[in-house]
Design a protein around this ligand. Structure first.
Ligand code: NAD
Length: 297
Protein backbone atom coordinates (compact mmCIF):
# COMPACT_ATOMS: atom_id res chain seq x y z
CA UNK A 1 0.00 0.00 0.00
CA UNK A 2 1.19 3.51 -0.74
CA UNK A 3 -0.21 6.40 1.25
CA UNK A 4 -1.75 9.46 -0.39
CA UNK A 5 0.43 12.57 -0.35
CA UNK A 6 -1.28 15.53 1.33
CA UNK A 7 -0.41 18.46 -0.93
CA UNK A 8 -0.10 21.40 1.46
CA UNK A 9 1.40 23.57 -1.26
CA UNK A 10 -1.70 23.26 -3.46
CA UNK A 11 -4.06 23.68 -0.50
CA UNK A 12 -2.19 26.81 0.62
CA UNK A 13 -2.36 28.28 -2.91
CA UNK A 14 -6.14 27.78 -2.96
CA UNK A 15 -6.47 29.34 0.50
CA UNK A 16 -4.40 32.34 -0.54
CA UNK A 17 -6.56 32.84 -3.63
CA UNK A 18 -9.68 32.76 -1.42
CA UNK A 19 -8.09 35.29 0.95
CA UNK A 20 -7.34 37.50 -2.06
CA UNK A 21 -11.00 37.43 -3.18
CA UNK A 22 -12.26 38.24 0.30
CA UNK A 23 -9.65 40.99 0.69
CA UNK A 24 -11.04 42.64 -2.47
CA UNK A 25 -14.57 42.32 -1.09
CA UNK A 26 -13.38 43.82 2.21
CA UNK A 27 -11.87 46.81 0.43
CA UNK A 28 -15.08 47.37 -1.54
CA UNK A 29 -17.19 47.26 1.63
CA UNK A 30 -14.95 49.20 4.02
CA UNK A 31 -13.20 51.63 1.69
CA UNK A 32 -9.76 50.55 2.89
CA UNK A 33 -7.42 47.60 2.54
CA UNK A 34 -7.04 45.00 5.30
CA UNK A 35 -3.67 45.69 6.93
CA UNK A 36 -1.01 43.45 8.48
CA UNK A 37 1.93 44.91 10.41
CA UNK A 38 5.10 42.91 10.99
CA UNK A 39 7.73 44.03 13.50
CA UNK A 40 11.28 42.73 13.25
CA UNK A 41 13.94 43.56 15.83
CA UNK A 42 17.54 42.89 14.82
CA UNK A 43 19.05 41.15 11.82
CA UNK A 44 18.61 37.42 12.38
CA UNK A 45 18.95 36.07 8.80
CA UNK A 46 16.13 33.50 9.06
CA UNK A 47 13.77 36.09 10.57
CA UNK A 48 14.63 38.54 7.79
CA UNK A 49 13.69 35.93 5.19
CA UNK A 50 10.37 35.18 6.96
CA UNK A 51 9.49 38.86 7.31
CA UNK A 52 10.28 39.58 3.65
CA UNK A 53 8.18 36.65 2.54
CA UNK A 54 5.26 37.63 4.82
CA UNK A 55 5.34 41.20 3.45
CA UNK A 56 5.39 39.98 -0.16
CA UNK A 57 2.55 37.50 0.44
CA UNK A 58 0.46 40.19 2.18
CA UNK A 59 0.73 42.48 -0.84
CA UNK A 60 -0.03 39.59 -3.22
CA UNK A 61 -3.24 38.93 -1.26
CA UNK A 62 -4.31 42.54 -1.88
CA UNK A 63 -3.73 43.66 1.71
CA UNK A 64 -1.63 46.54 3.03
CA UNK A 65 1.70 45.53 4.57
CA UNK A 66 3.40 47.62 7.26
CA UNK A 67 6.97 46.61 8.06
CA UNK A 68 8.75 47.96 11.12
CA UNK A 69 12.42 47.03 11.19
CA UNK A 70 14.08 48.06 14.43
CA UNK A 71 17.79 47.84 15.26
CA UNK A 72 18.96 45.09 17.60
CA UNK A 73 19.79 47.62 20.34
CA UNK A 74 16.14 48.83 20.51
CA UNK A 75 14.98 48.90 24.13
CA UNK A 76 12.00 46.86 25.27
CA UNK A 77 10.22 50.13 26.14
CA UNK A 78 10.69 51.42 22.58
CA UNK A 79 9.38 48.15 21.12
CA UNK A 80 6.35 48.30 23.44
CA UNK A 81 5.72 51.86 22.21
CA UNK A 82 5.71 50.63 18.58
CA UNK A 83 3.26 47.85 19.49
CA UNK A 84 1.01 50.37 21.26
CA UNK A 85 1.03 52.66 18.23
CA UNK A 86 0.01 49.70 16.00
CA UNK A 87 -2.71 48.72 18.51
CA UNK A 88 -4.39 52.08 18.00
CA UNK A 89 -3.74 52.48 14.25
CA UNK A 90 -7.08 51.89 12.44
CA UNK A 91 -5.25 50.87 9.23
CA UNK A 92 -3.63 47.92 11.04
CA UNK A 93 -5.83 44.84 11.56
CA UNK A 94 -3.16 42.32 12.50
CA UNK A 95 0.13 42.67 14.37
CA UNK A 96 2.91 40.12 14.25
CA UNK A 97 6.10 40.52 16.24
CA UNK A 98 8.68 38.22 14.68
CA UNK A 99 10.23 35.84 17.22
CA UNK A 100 12.77 35.24 18.60
CA UNK A 101 13.37 38.68 20.07
CA UNK A 102 16.87 39.70 21.20
CA UNK A 103 17.77 38.30 24.62
CA UNK A 104 17.39 41.64 26.45
CA UNK A 105 13.65 41.55 25.80
CA UNK A 106 10.90 39.61 27.57
CA UNK A 107 8.94 37.92 24.73
CA UNK A 108 5.91 37.17 26.90
CA UNK A 109 5.68 40.81 27.96
CA UNK A 110 5.84 42.00 24.35
CA UNK A 111 3.21 39.47 23.19
CA UNK A 112 0.99 40.49 26.12
CA UNK A 113 1.13 44.10 24.88
CA UNK A 114 -0.53 43.21 21.54
CA UNK A 115 -4.26 43.95 21.36
CA UNK A 116 -5.78 40.40 21.36
CA UNK A 117 -8.16 41.50 18.57
CA UNK A 118 -5.06 42.08 16.38
CA UNK A 119 -3.15 39.01 17.61
CA UNK A 120 -3.01 37.19 14.26
CA UNK A 121 -0.23 34.88 15.48
CA UNK A 122 -2.52 33.68 18.28
CA UNK A 123 0.28 33.70 20.86
CA UNK A 124 -1.38 36.07 23.39
CA UNK A 125 -2.61 34.36 26.60
CA UNK A 126 -6.09 35.69 25.83
CA UNK A 127 -5.97 33.97 22.42
CA UNK A 128 -4.82 30.72 24.09
CA UNK A 129 -7.65 31.10 26.64
CA UNK A 130 -10.25 31.77 23.95
CA UNK A 131 -9.13 28.65 22.10
CA UNK A 132 -9.25 26.59 25.31
CA UNK A 133 -12.84 27.63 26.15
CA UNK A 134 -14.11 27.65 22.55
CA UNK A 135 -14.60 31.41 22.06
CA UNK A 136 -13.84 33.13 18.74
CA UNK A 137 -10.26 34.35 18.68
CA UNK A 138 -7.03 33.76 16.84
CA UNK A 139 -5.37 30.36 16.63
CA UNK A 140 -1.63 29.94 15.91
CA UNK A 141 -1.14 29.59 12.16
CA UNK A 142 0.77 26.30 11.93
CA UNK A 143 -1.65 24.12 13.96
CA UNK A 144 -4.67 25.75 12.32
CA UNK A 145 -3.12 24.91 8.94
CA UNK A 146 -2.64 21.29 10.08
CA UNK A 147 -6.30 21.11 11.10
CA UNK A 148 -7.41 22.45 7.71
CA UNK A 149 -5.39 19.71 5.95
CA UNK A 150 -6.85 17.04 8.25
CA UNK A 151 -10.44 18.14 7.71
CA UNK A 152 -9.91 18.38 3.97
CA UNK A 153 -8.61 14.81 3.97
CA UNK A 154 -10.88 13.16 6.53
CA UNK A 155 -14.04 15.27 6.78
CA UNK A 156 -15.36 14.76 10.32
CA UNK A 157 -12.65 13.97 12.89
CA UNK A 158 -15.20 13.06 15.58
CA UNK A 159 -14.22 10.08 17.72
CA UNK A 160 -10.82 9.56 16.10
CA UNK A 161 -7.75 8.86 18.25
CA UNK A 162 -5.22 11.66 17.76
CA UNK A 163 -1.67 11.77 19.09
CA UNK A 164 0.20 15.07 19.04
CA UNK A 165 3.94 14.68 19.62
CA UNK A 166 5.27 17.93 21.10
CA UNK A 167 3.78 20.31 23.66
CA UNK A 168 5.07 23.75 22.61
CA UNK A 169 2.80 26.77 23.00
CA UNK A 170 2.98 27.53 19.28
CA UNK A 171 2.31 24.07 17.83
CA UNK A 172 1.67 21.11 20.16
CA UNK A 173 -0.71 22.61 22.74
CA UNK A 174 -2.94 24.58 20.34
CA UNK A 175 -2.98 21.55 17.96
CA UNK A 176 -4.29 19.38 20.80
CA UNK A 177 -6.97 21.98 21.65
CA UNK A 178 -8.11 22.13 18.03
CA UNK A 179 -8.36 18.33 17.78
CA UNK A 180 -10.26 18.20 21.07
CA UNK A 181 -12.71 20.79 19.73
CA UNK A 182 -13.25 18.46 16.75
CA UNK A 183 -14.16 15.68 19.24
CA UNK A 184 -11.01 13.61 18.81
CA UNK A 185 -9.67 11.61 21.73
CA UNK A 186 -6.39 13.46 22.15
CA UNK A 187 -3.09 12.33 23.62
CA UNK A 188 -0.23 14.83 23.93
CA UNK A 189 3.14 13.07 23.89
CA UNK A 190 6.43 14.78 24.71
CA UNK A 191 10.04 14.19 25.68
CA UNK A 192 9.08 12.41 28.93
CA UNK A 193 6.42 10.14 27.39
CA UNK A 194 7.01 6.45 28.15
CA UNK A 195 7.03 4.07 25.19
CA UNK A 196 6.27 6.67 22.52
CA UNK A 197 6.06 4.08 19.68
CA UNK A 198 3.21 2.30 21.49
CA UNK A 199 1.38 5.58 22.13
CA UNK A 200 1.69 6.57 18.46
CA UNK A 201 0.49 3.11 17.31
CA UNK A 202 -2.96 3.85 18.79
CA UNK A 203 -3.45 6.93 16.65
CA UNK A 204 -5.74 7.43 13.67
CA UNK A 205 -4.16 10.89 13.41
CA UNK A 206 -0.50 11.58 14.19
CA UNK A 207 0.80 15.15 14.35
CA UNK A 208 4.58 15.25 14.82
CA UNK A 209 5.96 18.61 16.04
CA UNK A 210 9.23 17.72 17.69
CA UNK A 211 12.22 18.98 15.71
CA UNK A 212 14.02 15.60 15.51
CA UNK A 213 14.82 14.37 11.99
CA UNK A 214 12.83 11.29 10.96
CA UNK A 215 12.16 10.25 14.56
CA UNK A 216 8.74 8.67 13.88
CA UNK A 217 9.32 5.29 12.24
CA UNK A 218 7.06 3.27 9.94
CA UNK A 219 6.42 0.59 12.58
CA UNK A 220 5.05 3.25 14.99
CA UNK A 221 2.23 4.06 12.59
CA UNK A 222 -1.16 2.34 12.59
CA UNK A 223 -1.99 1.12 9.08
CA UNK A 224 -4.15 3.71 7.31
CA UNK A 225 -3.44 6.53 9.79
CA UNK A 226 -3.19 10.15 8.67
CA UNK A 227 0.23 11.62 9.43
CA UNK A 228 0.90 15.35 9.65
CA UNK A 229 4.60 16.17 9.82
CA UNK A 230 5.29 19.66 11.22
CA UNK A 231 9.02 19.17 11.67
CA UNK A 232 11.52 21.12 9.60
CA UNK A 233 15.03 19.75 10.08
CA UNK A 234 18.13 20.46 8.02
CA UNK A 235 20.37 17.39 7.59
CA UNK A 236 23.47 16.69 5.46
CA UNK A 237 22.61 15.69 1.88
CA UNK A 238 24.24 12.87 -0.10
CA UNK A 239 26.28 15.44 -2.03
CA UNK A 240 29.19 16.68 0.09
CA UNK A 241 28.70 20.11 1.65
CA UNK A 242 24.98 20.25 0.75
CA UNK A 243 21.98 20.00 3.11
CA UNK A 244 18.35 18.97 2.65
CA UNK A 245 15.16 19.35 4.65
CA UNK A 246 13.45 16.42 6.37
CA UNK A 247 10.51 16.22 8.74
CA UNK A 248 10.06 14.49 12.09
CA UNK A 249 8.66 11.42 10.32
CA UNK A 250 10.51 8.79 8.27
CA UNK A 251 8.62 9.81 5.13
CA UNK A 252 9.48 6.82 2.92
CA UNK A 253 8.62 4.41 5.74
CA UNK A 254 5.38 6.20 6.61
CA UNK A 255 4.31 6.15 2.95
CA UNK A 256 4.28 2.34 3.07
CA UNK A 257 1.95 2.12 6.10
CA UNK A 258 -0.12 5.28 6.53
CA UNK A 259 -3.29 6.30 4.69
CA UNK A 260 -1.98 9.81 3.98
CA UNK A 261 1.16 11.77 4.82
CA UNK A 262 2.31 15.38 4.47
CA UNK A 263 5.69 15.69 2.72
CA UNK A 264 8.53 17.95 3.90
CA UNK A 265 8.89 20.34 2.18
CA UNK A 266 5.50 21.02 0.58
CA UNK A 267 3.19 19.84 3.36
CA UNK A 268 2.58 21.90 6.50
CA UNK A 269 5.23 24.55 5.71
CA UNK A 270 3.32 26.47 3.00
CA UNK A 271 0.18 26.49 5.17
CA UNK A 272 1.68 28.73 7.84
CA UNK A 273 1.83 31.98 5.82
CA UNK A 274 -1.47 31.20 4.07
CA UNK A 275 -3.18 30.89 7.47
CA UNK A 276 -1.47 34.08 8.68
CA UNK A 277 -3.06 35.93 5.74
CA UNK A 278 -6.38 34.25 6.54
CA UNK A 279 -6.14 35.36 10.18
CA UNK A 280 -5.30 38.94 9.15
CA UNK A 281 -8.31 39.02 6.84
CA UNK A 282 -10.61 37.66 9.57
CA UNK A 283 -9.19 40.35 11.92
CA UNK A 284 -10.02 43.04 9.36
CA UNK A 285 -13.65 41.92 9.01
CA UNK A 286 -14.06 41.71 12.80
CA UNK A 287 -12.33 45.03 13.47
CA UNK A 288 -14.47 46.78 10.85
CA UNK A 289 -17.66 45.22 12.27
CA UNK A 290 -18.35 43.41 8.98
CA UNK A 291 -19.89 39.95 8.90
CA UNK A 292 -17.89 36.98 7.67
CA UNK A 293 -19.99 33.86 8.09
CA UNK A 294 -18.41 30.98 10.04
CA UNK A 295 -16.68 28.55 7.75
CA UNK A 296 -16.31 31.11 4.90
CA UNK A 297 -12.58 30.68 5.18
P1 NAD B 1 9.79 23.05 20.44
O1 NAD B 1 11.24 22.76 20.49
O2 NAD B 1 9.25 24.25 21.12
O3 NAD B 1 8.99 21.79 21.00
C1 NAD B 1 9.37 20.48 20.71
C2 NAD B 1 8.52 19.53 21.51
O4 NAD B 1 8.94 18.21 21.19
C3 NAD B 1 8.64 19.69 23.02
O5 NAD B 1 7.36 19.87 23.56
C4 NAD B 1 9.27 18.39 23.50
O6 NAD B 1 8.65 17.90 24.69
C5 NAD B 1 8.99 17.44 22.37
N1 NAD B 1 10.07 16.46 22.26
C6 NAD B 1 11.41 16.69 22.20
N2 NAD B 1 12.08 15.53 22.12
C7 NAD B 1 11.17 14.55 22.12
C8 NAD B 1 11.24 13.14 22.06
N3 NAD B 1 12.40 12.51 21.97
N4 NAD B 1 10.10 12.45 22.08
C9 NAD B 1 8.90 13.06 22.14
N5 NAD B 1 8.77 14.41 22.20
C10 NAD B 1 9.89 15.14 22.19
O7 NAD B 1 9.43 23.04 18.88
P2 NAD B 1 8.19 23.67 18.07
O8 NAD B 1 8.36 25.13 17.97
O9 NAD B 1 6.90 23.11 18.57
O10 NAD B 1 8.49 23.06 16.63
C11 NAD B 1 8.56 21.67 16.40
C12 NAD B 1 9.05 21.39 15.00
O11 NAD B 1 8.14 21.98 14.08
C13 NAD B 1 10.40 22.00 14.64
O12 NAD B 1 11.06 21.14 13.73
C14 NAD B 1 10.06 23.30 13.95
O13 NAD B 1 11.05 23.70 13.04
C15 NAD B 1 8.81 22.89 13.23
N6 NAD B 1 7.89 24.00 12.95
C16 NAD B 1 7.41 24.09 11.68
C17 NAD B 1 6.52 25.10 11.36
C18 NAD B 1 5.99 25.16 9.96
O14 NAD B 1 5.59 26.20 9.48
N7 NAD B 1 5.91 24.04 9.26
C19 NAD B 1 6.11 26.02 12.30
C20 NAD B 1 6.58 25.88 13.62
C21 NAD B 1 7.47 24.86 13.92
Amino acid sequence: MTAAIIDGKAFAATLRAKVGELARAFEAKSGRKAGLAVVLVGEDPASQVYVRSKGKSTLEAGMASFEHKLPVETTEADLLAVVEQLNTDPAVDGILVQLPLPSHMDEQKVIAAINPDKDVDGFHVISAGRLAVGQPGFVPCTPLGCLMLLKDRLGSLSGLDAVVIGRSNIVGKPMAQLLLAESCTVTIAHSRTKDLPDVVRRADIVVAAVGRPEMVKADWIKPGATVIDVGINRVPAAEAGKTRLVGDVDYAGAMSVAGAVTPVPGGVGPMTIAVLLRNALVAAYRNAGLALADGTI
